[in-house]
Design a protein around this ligand. Structure first.
Ligand SMILES: Cc1cc2nc3c(=O)[nH]c(=O)nc-3n(C[C@H](O)[C@H](O)[C@H](O)COP(=O)(O)OP(=O)(O)OC[C@H]3O[C@@H](n4cnc5c(N)ncnc54)[C@H](O)[C@@H]3O)c2cc1C
Length: 268
């Protein structure tokens, strides 16, 4: 059976749900297709953003999405050099990304957008003036065809669909593998400073981070070219600068995803 909609959006991340909200506010009825059973999960993002980004955003995010605010960064360089960089007026904050995605999807639904969860977009092609979207219903494990006039890609990283439908530039994007753990009982946390470690041993060509959530808890992660899980374990367990801080620490969750380094995809 063929299904139809005027506008289909791939992905219920911030890009997909913001597009859905914007279209719905303007009287359209987009359909968001999300491969997971709910928005925001699995949560892989640290959620460190400028406060001004939240303040400028409309719909206005509720304050309970904010987990922490930072007034500066401690930048750890090789040879135990430590720079404390105050942010001045450019304060940043930490949001709960899973809750943010849930909240934004809720706002889009409130405005009239529809969501179909456990729906993975497998492919798309032009046919007879329509875009034919092949969707896998993950609950029944069956495929169906959705006909739409417009398809918006908010699939995030890596852009598998873009590549599949022929945006050749998508193949040129370089990635690093990122991983993040939620840790408690971490020593020497300064709640209002986010920490960044430049370490070619564990996080080349990216960096590692400790983002305090509150008390002695933090989101701790790194991105590297290969084996990020093993490198995070070694970084927290063996690095002479920080291993003492994690000796009694407890890790509740561990997630991983890819971060694009560029170049940008140009119109083609
Ligand atoms: C470990 C880590 C830490 C990060 N920390 C930060 C940070 O502190 N600050 C910051 O600004 N950025 C951070 N980022 C980057 C940030 O997470 C991304 O820029 C952001 O999530 C992109 O949003 P998006 O909506 O484009 O994609 P995503 O958030 O990736 O959302 C894409 C959605 O599409 C769905 N999807 C994908 N393919 C399909 C398909 N074929 N069919 C149906 N659904 C599909 C996915 O399930 C997902 O829900 C981090 C990334 C990682 C990996």
């Amino acid at each position: 059976m063929d299904h139809g909609t005027d506008i289909a959006i791939v992905g219920a991340g911030p890009s997909g749900s913001y597009a859905a909200w914007k279209l719905a506010v303007n009287g359209l009825q987009p359909l968001v297709l999300e491969e997971h059973p709910a928005p925001g999960y699995p949560e892989h993002c640290t959620g460190h953003i400028p406060v001004s980004l939240l303040e400028d955003l409309y719909p206005k995010p509720p304050p309970w999405l904010i987990q922490n605010r930072f007034r500066g960064m401690i930048l750890h360089l090789p040879d135990k050099i430590e720079l404390r960089i105050p942010f001045g007026n450019l304060n940043t904050c930490l949001i709960d990304r899973a809750l943010f995605d849930e909240w934004l999807a809720g706002e889009a639904i409130r405005m009239g957008a529809a969501y179909s969860f456990s729906s993975r977009v497998e492919d798309a092609s032009f046919k007879g003036g329509f875009i034919k979207v092949k969707v896998r219903d993950k609950k029944s494990n069956k495929d169906y065809i959705l006909r739409t006039k417009m398809l918006i890609d908010g699939e995030g990283s890596p852009p598998r669909l873009l590549k599949k439908i022929g945006f050749t530039d998508a193949s040129a994007i370089r990635f690093v593998d990122a991983v993040q753990g939620w840790f408690a009982d971490v020593k020497d946390i300064e709640r209002d400073f986010i920490e960044v470690y430049l370490t070619s041993t564990y996080a080349y060509p990216f960096y590692a981070w400790i983002a305090p959530i509150g008390g002695d808890s933090a989101k701790v992660g790194l991105a590297a070219a290969g084996e990020p899980f093993r490198k995070l374990m070694k970084f927290t367990g063996e690095d002479s600068r920080i291993s003492y801080r994690f000796r009694d620490a407890y890790r509740s969750r561990l997630t991983g995803h890819r971060i694009p380094l560029g170049p940008p995809i140009f119109k083609s």
